[in-house]
Design a protein around this ligand. Structure first.
Ligand SMILES: [Zn+2]
Length: 193
């Protein structure tokens, strides 16, 4: 498994429409494993393949405290949405930015798992927000798109400046690598998806 570099907003590659996975092969599973490694290391609770520059319709999520409940959704599709909730979101591709976003509170989703078997789940609250956030990535959307123009401009400028200061090759500068730092553990209470 390999830890991959996470693309940062406003990288135009985050704006691509991801392709459906037509056949689940060993290389698909290797990609899923790399995504998991990258997400856990970041640390985050969700990741879409497009965030590591792989334009395929694959998302992974783990909202467990124990960090051992990986959920894989290949070609996910939202079948129904109900209600509304507003949660503060963050994103591994938009480091350090947290803003409330309003989304459906309850959703029904169909997808394939890592072995290519179809499944459907109905879910709400945190997991519902995570799935909607990740599926947005597959359609080239980032959570800051829901914010005001003014906020979007401010965030873009901030991240462009930070990108220039850090250079292009510092994917995990927010936290110490290796053993999880206190900041990383504290950071996990906020949604980085
Ligand atoms: Zn995200």
């Amino acid at each position: 498994m390999t830890i991959r570099r996470i693309l940062h907003y406003p990288d135009p590659r985050l704006r691509r429409q991801a392709n459906p996975v037509l056949e689940i092969t060993d290389s698909t599973r290797r990609l899923v494993d790399d995504m998991a490694e990258t997400m856990y290391q970041a640390p985050g609770i969700g990741l879409a393949a497009i965030q590591i520059d792989e334009p395929w319709r694959i998302i992974i999520i783990d909202i467990s405290q124990t960090r051992d409940q990986l959920q894989v959704f290949i070609n996910p599709k939202i079948l129904s949405r109900e209600g509304e909730q507003e949660l503060e979101e963050g994103c591994l591709s938009v480091p350090g930015i947290y803003e409330p976003v309003s989304r459906a509170r309850q959703i029904r989703v169909r997808a394939l798992n890592r072995d290519g078997q179809a499944f459907e789940i109905e879910t709400e609250d945190l997991l519902a927000t995570c799935i909607q956030h990740e599926i947005d990535h597959l359609d080239g959307k980032v959570f800051v798109d829901y914010l005001s123009r003014l906020k979007q401009t401010r965030i873009r400028k901030k991240l462009e400046k930070r990108g220039r200061e850090q250079g292009a090759e510092s994917p995990r500068s927010e936290y110490a690598t290796g053993r999880e730092s206190t900041a990383a553990v504290a950071g996990r209470t906020r949604l980085k998806i």
